[in-house]
Design a protein around this ligand. Structure first.
Ligand SMILES: *Cc1c(COP(=O)(O)O)cnc(C)c1O
Length: 369
């Protein structure tokens, strides 16, 4: 490993990439995978068949490049999101990670800075690094809260060109109030900052949690990013998308690779969207398991962050590494996100959730305070 690191260091790597670690959630062969917030309920059988039929029809035309404008997909995504959006407001790519990369390529780069508020999605600084964009870490209150005043003040003080707001936030699970978005948008007007609201987990939010999609009209620097990886159970298909002013999509056309969304990807996503109601049925069940985890952990005396997503961040763990390993030894993989005394777990099926709660209970000593 050190040997390999030495060899890497001898390569003419870009200076700003030196010393960075690649994204690296462990991919282990374990019976119960609750570590990367995938949809644990899979694609329902009838939707599977619809996807297979769509892919089969597409294979006949694989000698041709796909629709570079992925028009049908953009129309379907606009229809799914509602809020009066049309295909012109939509952009998509291979996962919302690529969508975010397109945004950084178009609006970031050398001499520009992105601002995020840790603990938040670990890919933001890596995507900034890869695109030569500076990255600044803002701060939250002790309980991971981000108030409109504090967020706006930090945006103005840094003069950031791009701001990442993650709502519901990964890894804390908590949704932001829309006041944070509007205040940050205003605070970014001097620097003409692009404000990204990453709503990867929006479908899992408690009923009545508003989406930043409602704020798009009249805000041409606001971008709402979504994904089919979580609620739609399609992490393996790699489809992420955003809604924004049409001119934002035009900016992203300048940096995407030609034909970046394969015909197979487009066919899969369109077939899934045609069955979105069926796919989203599992979301309600996942939310029930999420709430079971919150109740179970609270019963064990562990502090839990309020969750509007399909995962739960919990504290009160003296040695996260030991508990993480104990769960792994019992066949359950969860995530150590590097926050002292905390661990994160994805909501599983009912059976998986039961096993997780039972093993965890056996591993921790009850908090008697
Ligand atoms: C999982 C996740 C994504 C989704 O990434 P994809 O590339 O669409 O799979 C985006 N943002 C956050 C905060 C996530 O946790």
């Amino acid at each position: 490993m050190t040997d390999q690191l030495e060899r890497l260091n001898r390569l003419p790597l870009r200076e700003n990439l030196r010393g960075l670690q690649p994204y690296g959630a462990p991919q282990l062969d374990v019976p119960i995978l609750l570590n990367v917030n995938e949809n644990t309920h899979g694609v329902p059988e009838d939707v599977r068949q619809a996807i297979v039929r769509a892919v089969e029809q597409t294979v006949a035309g694989l000698n041709r490049y796909p629709d570079r404008e992925f028009t049908t997909l953009r129309e379907q995504l606009a229809g799914y999101l509602g809020h009066g959006l049309t295909a012109a407001n939509i952009w998509a790519a291979n996962g919302s990670n690529e969508v975010l990369q397109h945004i950084l390529l178009a609006f970031g780069g050398p001499g520009r800075t992105a601002l995020g508020f840790p603990p938040t999605y670990s890919m933001y600084p890596l995507l900034a690094g890869a695109t030569g964009t500076g990255y600044e870490s803002g701060s939250r209150a002790g309980t991971f809260d981000l108030t409109p005043e504090s967020a706006a003040e930090q945006v103005a003080a840094t003069g950031a060109n791009i701001v990442f707001l993650c709502s519901p936030n990964n890894p804390t699970g908590t949704a932001l109030s829309l006041d944070v978005v509007t205040e940050v948008y205003e605070a970014g007007s001097a620097a003409q900052a692009i404000i990204i609201v990453d709503e990867a987990y929006a479908e899992f939010a408690h009923r009545g949690t508003p989406s930043a999609l409602a704020l798009l009209p009249g805000r041409e620097r606001l971008i709402v990013s979504r994904t089919m990886s979580k609620a739609f159970a399609l992490a393996g298909a790699r489809v992420g998308y955003l809604a924004a002013a049409p001119e934002v999509a035009d900016a992203l056309r300048l940096v995407r690779l030609p034909y970046h969304l394969s015909a197979l990807t487009q066919a899969t996503a369109v077939a899934a969207l045609t069955h979105s109601a069926r796919l989203l049925e599992n979301v309600d069940e996942i939310k029930r398991q999420r709430d079971r985890i919150v109740a179970g952990l609270t019963e064990m005396g562990l502090p839990v962050a309020p969750s509007d997503s399909n995962f739960v961040l919990f504290g009160g763990i003296e040695e996260p590494r030991t508990v993480w390993q104990g769960l792994l030894d019992a066949g359950v993989l969860i995530r150590d996100v590097g926050i002292p005394h905390h661990l994160r777990v994805t909501a599983g099926t009912e059976a998986e959730t039961t096993i997780f709660l039972e093993i965890l209970r056996s591993l921790i000593r009850p908090n008697l305070s």
